[in-house]
Design a protein around this ligand. Structure first.
Ligand code: GDP
Length: 202
C-alpha cells in the first residue's frame, strides 16, 4: 500500500544556479531529468496532488536552475528538479553553463539514489536522454525511464511504445526500468510513487 500522504508534503525549497548553493549532501534524493516540454513540471504537480509546486511553462528552457523540493515531514529526503535540456532558444554560453552544472551535480552528489528520466512517449530517446541513461548505467545509479503523456496514445499504441522502448534499450546495451505515465489520467502514478519511495528509503 502506498501512503499517498508522503507526497502531499512536498515543499519547494529553493532554486540553485551554482553547485555551492545545493543543500548539504546528506540523506537521499531523487533527480527528475527531462527535455523541456517532456511534462516534468506537470508530473511534479501531479505527484503532489496537483497543487502547483512546479511551474508549468510553455516557454521551453525557461528554467535553468536545479529546483530543490523537500519531503517536509522527513529530514534530508529531496526531489531535485533538474533544468530541462534540449532547448534551442538559449545561447551557447547558457548551454555550456547548464552542462557544467549538470556534470558537477552528477559527478559529486552522494545523496543521489535514482533518476527519473522523463520523455514524451511519442518521441523518446533523444541524444540528451541517451546521455543521461549512459551516465546512470556507468555510475550504477538506478534509472527509471518514464514514457510520459501516455494519454496521447491508444492502449494498443501504448503497448507498442513500451515494447519498442524495451527493444531499443536491449539493442543499445542500456539498462533501465520503463513505465508509462500521464498527468491527465494518472496512468502509472502508483508505480512512479513506489519507485520514488523505495529510492528515498521511506
Ligand atoms: P516541462 O517543460 O517538462 O516542465 O513540461 P510541462 O509540465 O510544462 O508540460 C509541457 C506541455 O505538455 C504542457 O502544455 C502540458 O499541459 C503538457 N503535458 C504535460 N504532461 C502531460 C500529460 O501527461 N498528457 C498530456 N496530454 N499533456 C501533458
Amino acid at each position: 500500500m502506498i501512503d499517498k500522504d508522503q507526497f502531499s508534503k512536498i515543499k519547494f525549497s529553493k532554486s540553485v544556479f551554482d553547485i555551492k548553493q545545493l543543500p548539504i549532501d546528506i540523506g537521499h534524493e531523487v533527480a527528475f531529468s527531462g527535455r523541456s516540454n517532456s511534462g516534468k513540471s506537470s508530473m511534479l504537480n501531479t505527484l503532489n496532488k496537483n497543487s502547483k509546486i512546479a511551474k508549468t511553462s510553455k516557454t521551453p528552457g525557461r528554467t535553468q536552475s536545479i529546483n530543490v523540493f523537500d519531503l517536509s515531514q522527513y529530514q534530508d529526503k529531496r526531489i531535485m528538479d533538474l533544468p530541462g535540456y534540449g532547448f534551442a532558444k538559449v545561447s551557447k554560453k547558457t548551454q555550456k553553463e547548464w552542462g557544467a552544472l549538470m556534470a558537477q551535480y552528477f559527478n559529486t552528489r552522494r545523496s543521489l539514489r535514482g533518476i527519473i528520466s522523463i520523455m514524451d512517449i511519442r518521441n523518446p530517446f533523444k541524444t540528451s536522454d541517451l546521455q543521461m541513461i549512459e551516465w546512470a548505467n556507468h555510475e550504477d545509479v538506478p534509472i527509471k525511464i518514464v514514457l510520459n503523456k501516455s494519454d496521447k496514445l491508444s492502449n494498443n499504441k501504448k503497448a507498442n511504445a513500451i515494447n519498442s522502448a524495451k527493444k531499443f534499450l536491449f539493442e543499445s546495451n542500456l539498462n533501465g526500468e520503463i513505465q508509462t505515465f500521464s498527468s491527465k489520467d494518472f496512468d502509472g502514478l502508483d508505480s512512479l510513487q513506489l519507485t520514488i519511495l523505495a529510492w528515498l528509503e521511506i
